[in-house]
Ligand binder design. Structure first.
Ligand code: NI
Length: 185
């Protein structure tokens, strides 16, 4: 089932999401719905707060960009209760977008290498270092679980320049090719 994506201004996007346990109701179905919603919206990652749930569940599908980055072929992973333990090394600048911020694309500086702890959809624990594009997408998605969005990393000047677009969202007048749940005014 395709779910509407909550956009900027929805309070759930600013909450710190909670860890879940394996008995979370209908988890398999929820994850399947998140992948379907992500695919329909042509995105690479989706965090549960973006569909209105303040829980620590993230799906990432990098297979859809593997034509450009062959090393990402088959990268389709679910992250439950993920936490970034530490970051290391250089900071890298790259343009990002977000399904909750339609029409906004800005450069964001992030660590190239991160140490993450998470569970997969079978609640098997993983503890690993990742780098490059995967680390970039994880940092973006895991930020959502802390109530953060990529625009929080921008300079005051860049923020000023996107103010108009953000105000449009706050009025519930954003447009996109996928189903959204905007703030009602
Ligand atoms: Ni996002």
């Amino acid at each position: 089932m395709i779910l509407p994506i909550y956009t900027y201004g929805q309070p759930v996007l600013r909450e710190v999401a909670k860890d879940i346990t394996p008995d979370y109701p209908n988890l398999k179905e929820l994850i399947a719905n998140m992948y379907e919603t992500l695919e329909r919206a042509d995105g690479v990652g989706l965090a549960a707060p973006q569909i209105g749930l303040s829980i620590r569940v993230v799906v990432i599908n990098l297979d859809i960009i593997s034509e450009d980055m062959p090393e990402l072929k088959g990268f389709i992973h679910t992250f439950i209760n993920p936490h970034i333990l530490e970051t290391d090394g250089e900071m890298v600048n790259m343009e990002e977008g977000c399904l909750s911020l339609p029409g906004i694309h800005e450069n964001v500086q992030r660590a190239n290498r991160i140490h993450v702890h998470y569970m997969d959809e079978n609640f098997i624990e993983h503890d690993e270092w990742v780098d490059g594009y995967v680390a970039r997408v994880m940092q973006h998605e895991f930020d959502h679980l802390e109530g953060k969005m990529f625009i929080d990393h921008l300079s005051p000047l860049r923020k000023q320049l996107i103010r108009g677009k953000l105000n449009t969202m706050l009025k519930g007048k954003a447009r996109s090719s996928y189903k959204m749940k905007q703030v009602k005014r």
